[in-house]
Design a protein around this ligand. Structure first.
Ligand code: UDX
Length: 458
């Protein structure tokens, strides 16, 4: 293969863990294929450059200092980023173009996250090729295209009744699976959505998915994009492909490795891993129900309670009923943040109670771990529906945060014949995903994408 180090790719992630991680995986893969890599990123929630010594990290002004990320203000953060960052990014890219000239390099492509859509016009002004990077699933992206038509046909806003009806054209998704369901600020979302979908990246779209996982949705998307965006590359699971080229940590929080020693002492497939990712969380009252449900299920558990979820975890633990404290001491491990990839790959893990973020979903599928689905916001309900209804590796339960409901759902996942079946389906999917990632459809799509970038720079 021709040495492409003189071709530099500039990747632009938003300041969210669930988006930074897959973009760094993509960067790792493209570096291993010979490109030079720059990460141009907002100052806020910066990734740690020391974990990626081969990449150049360039922060730009974002107007987000002091912001606290929660599911309620994500749309506002995206609006702020798109309103604030165009000039800082342009200035940064002009500087990079000058440096590239001196070093005899070329900025071969700007790869921006779909939520950083302002980057498309900045790149266009500078006559640089662009690729949009879609962090979430293809199915979820397709739902974004459906919102405006559903709204104009009077289906939205929809609350309560009809929530179980199938969405026309999006079978098997139900109205309650859409991110717009029960949303307070529907208008804001529709506006952002329209802007996000209006961009036409010159070299196409990369989606962190796999053809066979989402085939009917991908077919619809490709048809939809055909007139304007010709290339839709399903290249995933990125973390699995990146692993082959020695991926490093992309965590914004410190990973606690003591949980791995704890897992080493647990029987095979006996532990339920519990985590809601980097944004969703339980309220303090719910945490106690979760603790009781976990204790009463009699299963072992590794539970991530992120910093900031609760003021003082040890004080809270002291307030729990005595038998729950004993269960935590005997069968539980509570930590602030784990190396999730290593946890899911551990032989002691038998199930994952997850919020169904797309990264957690893919990471679990790749390790053959079935999921107890507790979707919270955004794309998570779509992912949960795919997990439970399409791939049959996810448990749909009442989602009522009450100890009895929780205990029942955990038992169904960990020790019932239903859970066993899901575990078997998950193991089968794991093998199929490896084939796609290492030499199959994702590998082919990656090669096509790289050829496209090189051809655009001849
Ligand atoms: C966000 C959205 O909420 C999600 O719906 C969307 O699909 C992607 O962006 P987040 O909520 O953080 O992401 O969930 P997820 O996509 O699962 O990403 C979380 C990442 O954090 C995963 O890569 C996971 O491995 C990592 N993680 C989580 C850790 O490394 N340690 C932990 O303790 C918990």
């Amino acid at each position: 293969m021709e040495n492409q180090r003189s071709h530099r790719l500039v990747l632009i992630p938003p300041p969210f863990q669930g988006h930074i991680t897959p973009m760094l995986h993509l960067a790792t893969i493209l570096y291993s294929r010979g490109f030079s890599i720059t990460l141009a990123h907002p100052h806020f929630n910066s990734p740690d450059p020391s974990n990626h010594p081969n990449f150049t990290f360039l922060p730009f002004f974002d107007g987000l200092a002091g912001t606290h990320i929660s599911s309620n203000n994500l749309s506002n953060i995206v609006i702020t980023l798109n309103a604030t960052c165009a000039s800082p990014l342009k200035e940064l890219l002009v500087g990079e173009l000058m440096k590239a000239k001196v070093k005899n390099e070329k900025i071969a492509c700007i790869i921006y996250d779909s939520s950083m859509y302002f980057a498309d016009s900045v790149a266009r002004e500078l006559k640089l090729p662009t690729i949009l990077f879609q962090t979430t699933s293809a199915s979820n992206l397709l739902t974004y295209h459906a919102f405006a038509p559903l709204h104009s046909k009077g289906y939205l806003p929809l609350r309560g009744s009809g929530s179980l009806d199938l969405v026309p054209g999006l079978d098997p998704l139900r109205f309650k699976d859409l991110s717009v369901f029960n949303l307070a600020n529907l208008d804001a979302l529709l506006q952002t959505n329209a802007k996000m979908l209006a961009v036409t990246p010159s070299l196409g779209i990369i989606c962190n998915t796999v053809d066979f996982l989402e085939q009917p949705f991908l077919d619809q998307l490709r048809q939809l994009y055909q007139p304007s965006i010709v290339n839709f590359f399903a290249i995933g699971p990125l973390h699995m492909i990146a692993e082959e080229s020695c991926s490093r940590s992309s965590s914004l929080l410190e990973e606690d490795y003591s949980c791995i020693s704890w897992l080493n002492n647990q029987p095979k497939k006996s532990v339920l891993y519990v985590s809601l990712g980097s944004i969703a969380s339980w309220e303090e009252k719910e945490l106690s129900e979760v603790a009781c449900g976990l204790a009463n299920s009699m299963q072992r558990f590794l539970w991530v309670i992120r910093p900031g979820t609760i003021n003082d975890v040890s004080e809270w633990e002291k307030s729990l009923p005595e038998e729950v404290k004993i269960a935590i001491a005997e069968r539980g491990c509570i930590v602030k943040w784990v190396p999730q990839g290593k946890v899911l790959a551990h032989k002691a893990i038998g199930g994952f109670w997850s919020h169904c973020g797309w990264n957690s979903t893919l990471e679990s599928l790749c390790e053959g771990v079935p999921i107890m689905c507790q979707p919270n916001f955004g794309d998570q309900r779509v992912n949960a529906r795919l997990l439970s209804h399409v791939w049959r590796v996810g448990l749909e339960w009442s989602n009522i945060i009450e100890k009895g409901e929780i205990e029942g759902a955990i038992r169904r996942l960990m020790v019932s014949p239903e859970g066993k079946e899901m575990r078997q389906s998950a193991l089968k999917l794991k093998q199929e995903l490896r084939v796609a990632a290492i030499g199959g459809s994702s590998y082919d799509a990656l090669n096509r994408m790289i050829n496209n970038v090189l051809s655009a720079n001849l």
